[in-house]
Every structure is written in C-alpha cells, then in structure tokens.
Design a protein around this ligand. Sequence first.
Ligand code: 13P
Length: 255
Amino acid sequence: MKKELRRAVIAGNWKMNNTPSQAKALIEAMKPLVADADCDVVLCVPAIDIPAAVEAAKGSNIKIGAENVHFKASGAYTGEISADMLKEAGVEYVVIGHSERRQYFAETDQTVNLRTLAAVNAGLKAIVCVGETLEQRELGYTETLLKYQTKMALTNVTADQLKNIIIAYEPVWAIGTGVTATADQADEGNGFCRAAIAEAYGADVAETVTIQYGGSMNAKNADELVDKVNVDGGLIGGASLKAEDFSIIVKAASK
Ligand code: 13P
C-alpha cells in the first residue's frame, strides 16, 4: 500500500451467498469489528440483499456495493438492474467484470467497459476485475492480458472518471481455490495494471489509482499481501462471509 497516494479499500464480494436476514445479521456482527478501520470498508452483496444491507450498515463505516450493473439506463432487459436503480437504493460501489461473470455469463471486455461507464456516469464507484487464467499464465501472457483487460475496461473513461474506479487484480486460478498468489505475484500483477493505466493516463494519474488484489485472500495472508507497494487492499470472497476473518483483513489494511 502507498497510503499517502491512494486509499486502501477492503471489499467483500459475497457472490451468491446470504439471504436478506442473513445479510443483516452478518453486517450487525461486522459493524463493531471494523468500526475503527483506517481504510474504506465495502460489502458487495446480492441485489436482493441490498435494502437490508443498506439499512443494517446505516450509521457505520461500512459501504454497500452491488455485484453487477447493466450498461443501459432502462428498457427491455428482463432481469437486469440499472446504475440509477442501485444508486437510489443506497449502493455506492459495484463490482464489474468479475471472472465468474466473464466465465459463466458471457461477459466480455466490451460489456465490462460499457458497465464501467454506466456505473461512473451514475455516480457509483466501480470495482473493475481483471485477471489471467492458469493457462494464460503458463503461456507467459499475464502482462499482455492484464494490460489489455485494464485498457479495454477503461476505454473512453476520462481521467476525472478514473477517480471513481478501482481495479481488482484477481488471478482466476486463485479464486476460491485456496491457492493464493504469492505476495510478489500479486504485487507484479497489480503493477502490470498500474503500468497499463500509466500508458493511458500518465504515471502521476496511475499512482493515485487504488488497485486491489483478490483470490483466496484471508486472515492469515492479508498482512503480507497489503504490505506490497502495489497492493492497495483486497477483494475478498470466502473470507468476507465470516465477520471475524473479514475484520482481521480490514485491520491488516488499516496499519
Ligand atoms: P475468494 O476470496 O473466495 O478466493 O474469492 C475471491 C473473489 O473472487 C473476490 O471477488
């Protein structure tokens, strides 16, 4: 982390876990544990949980995020949710382009870009996910791919809009597998994303962008990961479903 230049952000991504009542209970349990955090604390929750989560987080330092957003403002898109709808419901952040959406829901670099633009234009903060598969890593394409995905996601995004964008480097092979990238691998991946931003916006701008690491980040390895200069926090899956574990990660990023 380089806290003098950029904000550290720990965000949970609950994925398809927790009903509204479970969401309320988990947030109530987390509130006292993260109250004195010296980083931003975000919980990205299933859409149906948003009202309960916003209500439960009221008056605390926990911000609520969504896990996806549609790129159109309104219209005949059955089952989708617009940025304005999220905003009005009290959502402040939204995860975009998670590898599970790329893998199972035909998300492309182009739709990731459109969703990113829709989010920031509506006043949401976008957490844009990029990451290579194991095969791509073994073929030696990690740097090329991370730079490509980062630049594609940011197409037509102005330097001003970039202030509301967080990049999350999530190596696909590390998600939900228990295999964490080493701290050096995380730092290197985040560094590739930052280099792509520097190429597009200049080094000074790139130095101000929060870049998280995600992929089996947990209470045990968080300290070592956030110690790296390019790791400005984390996007946490499994460990964000446990109040105690999540709070330990928040504490690591608060140092
Ligand atoms: P895990 O922390 O469960 O590996 O998930 C990471 C992730 O995909 C966060 O978006």
